[in-house]
Ligand binder design. Structure first.
Ligand code: CTP
Length: 406
């Protein structure tokens, strides 16, 4: 995999790990990328611009303008030029500034202007890394669609050992190569995603619903869009929003509305991911006005079965379309997941077990096992955005296997 012709901004902050940025720059250039280095004033205390400009064959940008000539360095132009930006090392201070838009140096203004995907490789002492402020800032940056390249556990400049060592340059290059390769595959692909719960109306003020927050489906939508896909997100009632403008959000309330929206879009999509926690039953006769407590016997709500959206799409699936489902189980997890995969004619099913801590509704993390008809892979506990990346990688791999079989 090469990075031939890719425009990459390498952002360097002031930390000991800046010495590794030199190797990273060399590897990026060797892989064929055109690299523009942007360094913070503190970064220059750790590594000299002369080394960086010699290796990148471009003047290093650090200030808003060159002092003696007054030449203005446009962060807006840089942001438009780049195919991706990688900030390595990213210090706690710069991570905080990026998360909160404190644009007091060229690196942060460039970050705020960047239209391309941004990869952030933190490097700091273990306690700084573990601090709730740093963690909250990283999760905030992730929720804006940035990719965090988690640091490793290892020996740190402080002499301590723990999580905070910047990922090795070779590995960062691999992450970028994988990103561009999967962007090629996903570019222009049409993806349909369902997310959140459905609300089944009892009367104008009450409904049957569930605890789904929609976070997993929204993370999937962000992930697919960041890789160039055209995404339609059919969302039940949640309080989330999407930052990527190439995701079209269609809000629905009930399972019936979700089914209608999905049937409308499904014939034209390449991939459909059924992430919604659809209510299995709906009141048979929702009341037109509020059911009053006084003058009433305890009401009995008659329920009817909701349509199975995944199974309906599974029955209508054409060759070349991939249908992915989810299974949230409390027991007999593997058997239930495989049974759903077959019954709904899915190509892949993502299992989360309610028995795993940090998995399931409402959390920011998830722990999944991904099944196809032929394979099973278990993943560790990760943020929902990282899980979304794993799922999209699995879809891409499975799609490649399917097309090589045809
Ligand atoms: N699903 C759906 N429509 C439904 C129910 C589920 O599209 N009416 C989809 C979900 O989005 C998920 C998959 O089917 O991708 C499995 O959902 P789940 O609730 O685990 O399965 P159910 O078929 O509802 O079975 P059960 O609740 O009995 O476990």
């Amino acid at each position: 995999m090469s990075l031939q012709g890719k425009h990459i901004i390498l952002g360097i902050c002031g930390g000991i790990a800046a010495y590794k940025s030199v190797s990273l720059l060399r590897l990026l250039v060797k892989a064929g990328a055109e690299v523009q280095v942007v360094i913070t004033p503190a970064g220059k205390e750790f590594i000299t611009p002369v080394t960086l400009s010699a290796l990148s064959q471009k003047p290093v940008v650090s200030e808003f303008f060159t002092a003696n000539t007054g030449e203005w360095h446009s962060h807006v132009d840089l942001g438009l030029w780049a195919d991706c930006m990688v900030i390595a090392p990213a210090t706690a201070s710069s991570i905080g500034k990026m998360a909160h838009g404190i644009a007091d140096n060229m690196l942060i203004t460039t970050y705020l202007s960047a239209k391309s995907p941004v990869f952030i490789a933190p490097a700091m002492d273990l306690d700084m890394m573990a601090h709730p402020s740093t963690q909250a800032n990283l999760r905030l940056l992730e929720s804006y669609g940035n990719h965090i390249i988690e640091p490793e556990v290892g020996y740190l400049a402080s002499g301590l050992t723990g999580k905070g060592r910047m990922e090795e340059p070779e590995r960062i290059v691999e992450v970028l190569q994988k990103h561009f390769a999967s962007t090629e595959t996903m570019k222009g692909k049409k993806v349909l995603i369902t997310a959140g719960p459905t609300h089944e109306k009892i009367d104008p003020v009450r409904f049957i619903g569930n605890y789904s927050s929609g976070k997993m489906g929204y993370a999937l939508a962000e992930e697919c869009a960041s890789r160039g896909a055209e995404v339609t997100l059919v969302s039940g009632p949640v309080s989330l929003s999407i930052s990527n403008p190439s995701v079209k959000v269609e809000k629905v309330e009930s399972a019936k509305q979700m089914l209608a929206a999905c049937q409308n879009h499904f014939p034209a999509v390449d991939v459909a991911i059924m992430c919604a926690a659809v209510a299995d039953y709906a009141p048979a006769h929702p009341a037109d006005s509020k059911i009053k407590r006084e003058h009433q016997e305890v009401p009995v709500i008659e329920l009817v079965k909701n349509p199975d959206i995944a199974a309906t799409l599974g029955a209508a699936k054409k060759p070349g379309q991939q249908l992915v489902g989810f299974a949230l189980e409390t027991d007999h997890e593997f058997d239930n997941a495989l049974e759903k995969l077959a019954r709904k004619n899915l190509d892949m099913i993502v299992l989360n077990s309610m028995r795993d801590r940090g998995a399931g509704f409402g959390t920011d993390t998830n722990k999944v096992t991904i099944f196809t008809r032929e394979s099973r892979k278990e993943y560790p506990l990760k943020s929902k955005r990282e899980v979304a990346a794993d799922i999209v990688d699995a879809i891409i791999n499975h799609g490649c296997e399917l097309s090589s079989e045809q």
